[in-house]
Design a protein around this ligand. Structure first.
Ligand code: TMP
Length: 215
């Protein structure tokens, strides 16, 4: 029997891995089971965090290429968005014993900023100590995708953001980082997302049901 409890589910992976799609599917499946569930994303999730998101992602397309955000400015913006998101959405939802599904969280910062851009991890860890308020995901789904499928999916996208334009080596680095981070933890599930059938959503739902004690 499902008993209400705070539960935090995170989806991670590189662009075109299908995590936004899979988080929506899981959200709908849980709603059908009458679970009180919230779907959100990073960067973003609240009005102020979405404003910061726009600022970060539009920077890539600014005409003056000499005036791009420094990687530390960029990192601070991700962390600023996260702070707003935790304070105003994630924490209050978990306090109300809701299930929160988040499209990206702290591992994206480790994969993209630390492994990808070589930002000092201590800088990030120190800020996380202040802003995370002890919140850690109960389960993380890392969706692994072949670079060919990722490229194919990105090509179909209307709205592009700057990471859609990064070289393949950047995605490789980020994906390897996600996989490495997942190997260290029992509550991380690295799942293959290259196939286009229902098996992935079934697997995600089955794992989640076990944790939440849903039939
Ligand atoms: P999205 O395309 O999944 O919505 O994410 C927006 C971009 O932001 C994506 O390219 C990954 C990037 N990102 C970081 O670089 N660091 C972070 O901490 C987060 C949350 C996202």
């Amino acid at each position: 029997m499902y008993k209400k409890k705070p539960f935090f589910i995170v989806f991670e992976g590189v662009e075109g891995c299908g995590k936004s799609y899979q988080s929506k599917i899981l959200f709908n499946k849980l709603k059908k089971k009458k679970v009180d569930v919230v779907l959100t994303r990073e960067p973003g999730g609240t009005k102020s965090s979405e404003l910061i998101r726009n600022l970060i992602l539009k920077d890539y397309f600014s005409k003056d290429s000499k005036e791009k955000f420094d990687k530390y400015t960029d990192t601070l913006l991700y962390l600023a968005a996260r702070n707003e998101h935790i304070k105003n959405k994630i924490k209050p939802s978990l306090t109300k014993k809701k299930v929160v599904i988040c499209d990206r969280f702290i591992d994206s910062t480790i994969a993209y900023q630390v492994y990808g851009k070589k930002v000092d991890i201590n800088f990030i860890n120190n800020i996380h100590k202040k802003i995370l308020q002890g919140i850690t995901p109960n389960i993380v789904f890392v969706l692994k995708v072949s670079m060919a499928s990722s490229k194919k999916r990105l090509k179909k996208r209307k709205a592009k953001n700057r990471y859609d334009n990064f070289p393949q080596s950047f995605y490789n680095k980020a994906q390897n980082a996600f996989i490495k981070l997942a190997k260290k933890r029992k509550n991380y599930f690295t799942l293959n997302s290259s196939l286009n059938d229902n098996s992935l959503e079934d697997e995600i739902f089955n794992i989640t049901k076990k944790y939440l004690n849903i039939k």
